[in-house]
Design a protein around this ligand. Structure first.
Ligand SMILES: [Zn+2]
Length: 65
């Protein structure tokens, strides 16, 4: 095969419109943190991992929903 190393050509792999995932899988920026102990759900703050957030009710470390 010819490999001239042209970084401008059409690559073999491109971001297709259908990646197999749903339109919104629930992860990513946004979402919620859930307390595994009492089930309290709070909006996830971008940049702040849920496991560093404590439940406002019982103080348990929360998890990503
Ligand atoms: Zn809790």
């Amino acid at each position: 095969m010819l490999s001239k190393g042209t970084p401008g050509g059409p690559g073999p792999r491109g971001p297709g419109p259908r990646g197999g995932r749903g339109p919104r899988g629930g992860r990513g920026p946004g979402g919620y943190c859930v307390c595994p102990a009492c089930g309290t759900k709070v909006p996830h703050t971008p940049g702040v991992p849920c496991n560093t957030v404590t439940c406002p009710k019982c103080g348990t470390r929360m998890v990503r929903e």
